[in-house]
Write a protein that binds this ligand. Structure first.
Ligand SMILES: Cc1ncc(COP(=O)(O)O)c(C=O)c1O
Length: 276
């Protein structure tokens, strides 16, 4: 399926006059494959590793309608966005969706313990069981399933997020940092700044007209410069061939305004050092 990144629209159109071609293309894929052969369609609400891509508001409404029309299970991969990263408990909540299956991992115990979950509706779960067989159960297997310490860490993590109202901070600081990036990184090589909550990306280009991705080694250098100044940032990791030109920011949910200012100042200095 085509991606939903407006900055590099596959259909060479601009929102809102684009007829949501990227979402409509999902139907073409299902039809091409034969809808009776498509068990499910899996989406990351906001693509993380592929370059921090928040689709436009109506994107998933269109996708969900297509999936429903063809009896295709809609699966949201919330491994990155899940449990608060974008300011809501799940990324799909920004889009008013009711997915059939949701996966989550990194945020479940804030990575203090390795734990992941797959959640589904009663209807999907029932379809995995054989009602005529009393011993029927959902067959999965995992070496460390049932690790009580990881589950305890997850419960405590979610309790802290709720009690300390951290999602409010994620939203507030996310807006502050995104605005700050847009204002402070007005640089010839910064092509796009985008994100949601405390998940954001800065896309680097040779120049704003051609949008030619800046070579990966320049991005590596910028990351090294920020690290040398005490700020760790991520970057796209070869998700798209020849397009590893995006720096990812995902600060902790407890980040303060002062921390955001340090991030902004450091990134600006690192860019200046590497790109002039
Ligand atoms: C969006 C997304 N889905 C799934 C995975 C894989 O998840 P896990 O490592 O929990 O299997 C990752 C990265 O680890 C990811 O970024």
């Amino acid at each position: 399926m085509p991606h939903a990144c407006c900055y590099r629209c596959v259909f060479d159109k601009s929102y809102p006059g684009c007829n949501l071609e990227c979402a409509k293309a999902v139907e073409d894929v299902i039809m091409k494959e034969g809808s009776d052969t498509v068990g499910g369609a899996i989406f990351e609400p906001i693509t993380a590793g592929g370059g921090i891509i928040p689709p436009v508001g109506e994107y998933y409404r269109e996708v969900a309608a297509i999936c429903k029309r063809h009896g295709v299970t809609l699966i949201m991969d919330e491994v990155v966005c899940g449990i608060g990263r974008t300011g809501t408990m799940f990324g799909y909540q920004h889009y008013g969706l009711a997915p059939d299956i949701v996966t989550m991992a990194k945020g479940v115990a804030s990575a203090y313990m390795p734990i992941s979950c797959t959640v589904t509706t009663g209807e999907v779960f029932a379809s995995l069981q054989d009602p005529g067989d009393k011993l029927s159960y959902f067959r999965d297997i995992s070496t460390f399933a049932g690790c009580a310490a990881a589950a305890a860490a997850a419960l405590e993590n979610v309790r802290i997020i709720e009690e300390e109202k951290l999602l409010e901070n994620v939203t507030k600081m996310g807006e502050y940092l995104l605005e700050g990036l847009k204002e402070n990184l007005d640089h010839v090589n910064v092509g796009d700044v985008r994100g949601k909550g405390l998940l954001m990306g800065v896309e680097f280009v040779e120049d704003k007209m051609s949008k030619t991705p800046l070579p990966e080694d320049r991005i590596v250098d910028i990351c090294a410069e920020t690290a040398a100044r005490g700020v760790l940032v991520g970057r796209t990791n070869r998700s798209f061939p020849n397009q590893n030109n995006i720096i990812n920011l995902a600060p902790a949910y407890i980040v303060t305004r002062e921390d955001c200012d340090i991030i902004l100042k450091t990134l600006r200095e690192a860019i200046k050092t590497v790109l002039g």
